[in-house]
Write a protein that binds this ligand. Structure first.
Ligand SMILES: NC(=O)c1ccc[n+]([C@@H]2O[C@H](COP(=O)([O-])OP(=O)(O)OC[C@H]3O[C@@H](n4cnc5c(N)ncnc54)[C@H](OP(=O)(O)O)[C@@H]3O)[C@@H](O)[C@H]2O)c1
Length: 245
């Protein structure tokens, strides 16, 4: 089903990483218009397509959200991609990092959903919210424990909103990748898929109607392990953390 063809899509954090790739993948899917938002428009790449409209947006700033809301009154698909990751474990990590992860990944995304639901409701009978969560929401890795907690909170909020909006015809997806080759993983030695490849898979799975999407094969294995028995994924992460095979 070509769910995204001719749709008006708003993507947060669209200047780099997965957000930038989602803009390109949305263009390929035939979107009518894409609001590509970024905290700093000087960082926005030129997508070379008249359908891309760039807007300034920090998702933690309610004044900026209201400003975008007034300009983007025709949005039908909201992609909450913007996010940050602070390194650190629970016992010794910087609390400020954990607070920031929560402020952007959880409260920032909630700000966006609250602001845009009335518009989504009035613009389309098949509107969508697509939230970028993470496989870390299902079980934490201690060196990114604050990030994992913020994504677990976001997964919960995503599932709650899915139920809240079910009768309003707005479909709510969670996207739960593992490590992707973006700035977020700069310096990592892991073998990671490229964001362009992952963005295409995400949109294919949205169009296929998958609600909880795991776009990379390796993490799909982890997700299936979690579905079988959550303690098995926790054990895998324990072994990864302690360097055991
Ligand atoms: N890469 C991965 O391995 C991975 C795995 C699972 C989930 N995810 C999730 O996927 C999403 C995109 O990640 P990525 O890998 O593309 O990360 P990235 O390359 O670090 O890009 C993050 C994007 O979010 C923006 N952003 C950060 N704080 C913001 C705020 N307060 N308001 C608006 N925009 C903000 C950044 O803008 P600036 O350029 O201004 O900083 C940037 O555009 C995130 O939600 C991330 O948690 C990533």
């Amino acid at each position: 089903m070509q769910t995204l063809k001719d749709k008006v899509i708003l993507i947060t954090g669209a200047n780099r990483g997965i957000g930038k790739s989602l803009v390109k993948a949305s263009l390929e899917k035939g979107a009518r218009k894409i609001y590509a938002t970024s905290r700093d428009l000087n960082k926005m790449p030129n997508f070379g397509d008249y359908r891309v409209v760039s807007l300034e947006l920090d998702i933690t700033d309610k004044t900026q959200i209201s400003r975008v809301l007034k300009k983007a009154t025709d949005v039908e698909v909201l992609i909450n991609n913007a996010g940050i990751l602070s390194q650190g474990n629970i016992l010794e990590g910087e609390l400020i990092g954990m607070e920031n992860d929560m402020k952007v990944n959880y409260y920032g995304t909630i700000n966006m959903m609250r602001a845009f639901v009335p518009i989504l409701e009035s613009n389309s009978s098949s509107a969508r919210i697509i939230n970028m969560v993470s496989i870390a929401a299902y079980s934490p890795l201690p060196f990114i424990a604050g990030y994992a907690a913020s994504k677990a909170a976001l997964l919960s909020a995503t599932q709650a909103v899915r139920i809240e909006l079910a009768k309003k015809g707005i479909i709510v997806h969670s996207v739960n990748p593992g490590a992707i080759d973006t700035d977020m993983n700069k310096g990592s030695e892991w073998d990671m898929p490229a964001p362009d490849e992952i963005a295409k898979i995400i949109l294919d799975k949205v169009e296929a109607g998958e609600l909880d999407i795991v776009p990379d094969d390796m993490r799909l294995g982890m997700y299936n392990t979690w579905r079988e028995d959550p303690s098995k994924l926790a054990e895998m992460f324990h072994n990864m953390y302690h360097g055991e095979q």
